[in-house]
Design a protein around this ligand. Structure first.
Ligand code: KG4
Ligand code: ZN
Length: 333
């Protein structure tokens, strides 16, 4: 079964053709990163305009690269939630038009479910059940995945997402957007013990996260140094923050896996590209006899192949939408 997938939830216009939820025939991503970098973050209005411009070309390229025509596609899948509302609406309306013009079923896909499904494209041996840490710019959650279309939130952030904590600290350090990527590189040359950062806990909720206090602690270190006319050691602070965020992500996920008796642990989302997380998480899993999977770096960030993967399983489960499909800025998994 061939799925044509469309993704426009944030600042990447993406289209892909995926076979049977597991094989990527093509995956085209037009990134707007350079333009948003001028402003230090994503400007929603610019994102919507660029999606509207790029969607036709990106989708045509995905079909051409896969060597299939629209007539040969079995269904059109599209990210409809959560994300920037204007950006989502571009993809949803485009997918609706395409599906109805070509008389194909339309499959609505939740963005975080798609991030989880990115793992199916890279790891043929991975099947539910498993426990997944989903870490992106806007979301941080521990999700139990008993089946391809079944999800149960075990823990979530009460405030900032892990990616947001990286991005905002990176911005205060003068690093370019997207800050998490540059902070990760800078941290490689830093000493993590120079700065003592808090280890925030959420009272009575051992699997929930709180990253805003960690971000504030970093901003205070930067501001206090500036007030005293001193330079903060940027690499050391980056290393301290990266290590602390990884401690929290890994410890809470493994505690949840222990409690639930999960034997397979998975990571996904933009922050799962973090080099320290990718080094430490599999080591910690191996020590406990757990299997560990994460997508390759190119499938950690936003792309449409992951939407095609989840879209396939949603379609098999009978999930389709009609012309009334709307986009939603926020939606639980
Ligand atoms: O999943 P994603 O591409 O978009 C959302 O759905 O949010 O995630 C983007 C986030 C940004 O916060 C970015 O800074 C972060 O992923 N990120 C990283 C790394 N690469 C991307 N954070 C830490 N280390 C990285 N190597
Ligand atoms: Zn994402």
């Amino acid at each position: 079964m061939l799925i044509l997938a469309i993704e426009t939830s944030c600042d990447e216009t993406a289209a892909a053709v995926v076979r049977d939820g597991r094989f990527t025939l093509s995956s085209t991503v037009a990134s707007q990163m350079e333009e948003h970098r001028l402003y230090g973050g994503v400007v929603p209005e610019i994102a919507s305009r660029r999606h509207a411009e790029a969607l036709c070309g990106v989708t045509g390229q995905a079909l051409d690269t896969a060597g299939v025509s629209l007539a040969e596609i079995d269904a059109v899948a599209v990210t409809f939630a959560p994300g920037l509302i204007g950006a989502l609406l571009c993809g949803v309306n485009f997918a609706k038009g395409l599906a109805f013009a070509a008389a194909k079923p339309l499959v609505p896909v939740h963005h975080i479910k798609a991030h989880i499904a990115a793992n199916y494209l890279a790891h043929s041996e991975l099947t539910p059940p498993f426990l997944c840490l989903t870490v992106s710019g806007g979301h941080t959650q521990i999700v139990e995945v008993p089946g391809y279309t079944e999800f149960r939130t075990i823990g979530r952030t009460r405030d900032d997402a892990a990616g947001e904590c990286f991005d905002k600290t990176a911005r205060a350090l003068g690093l370019p957007y997207p800050g998490g990527v540059f902070l990760d590189k800078l941290a490689d040359s830093g000493v993590k013990s120079t700065y003592a950062l808090p280890s925030p806990k959420v009272e009575g909720a051992p699997y929930d996260f709180s990253f805003s206090g960690l971000k504030t602690a970093c901003l205070n270190i930067i501001n206090n140094a500036a007030q005293m006319g001193k330079e903060v050691n940027k690499a050391d602070l980056a290393a301290a923050l990266r290590a602390r965020v990884c401690d929290l992500l890994i410890d809470k996920t493994l505690a949840a896996a222990g409690k639930l008796g999960c034997k397979t642990v998975v990571a996904c989302g933009g922050v799962s590209a973090n080099s320290e997380l990718r080094r430490r998480f599999p080591e910690e899993c191996e020590r406990r006899g757990l299997a560990f999977f994460a997508p390759p770096p190119e499938l950690c960030g936003d792309n449409a192949a992951m939407v095609g993967a989840e879209g396939y399983y949603e379609f098999l489960a009978g999930v389709t939408a009609d012309a009334g499909l709307n986009a939603l800025a926020a939606m639980p998994i």
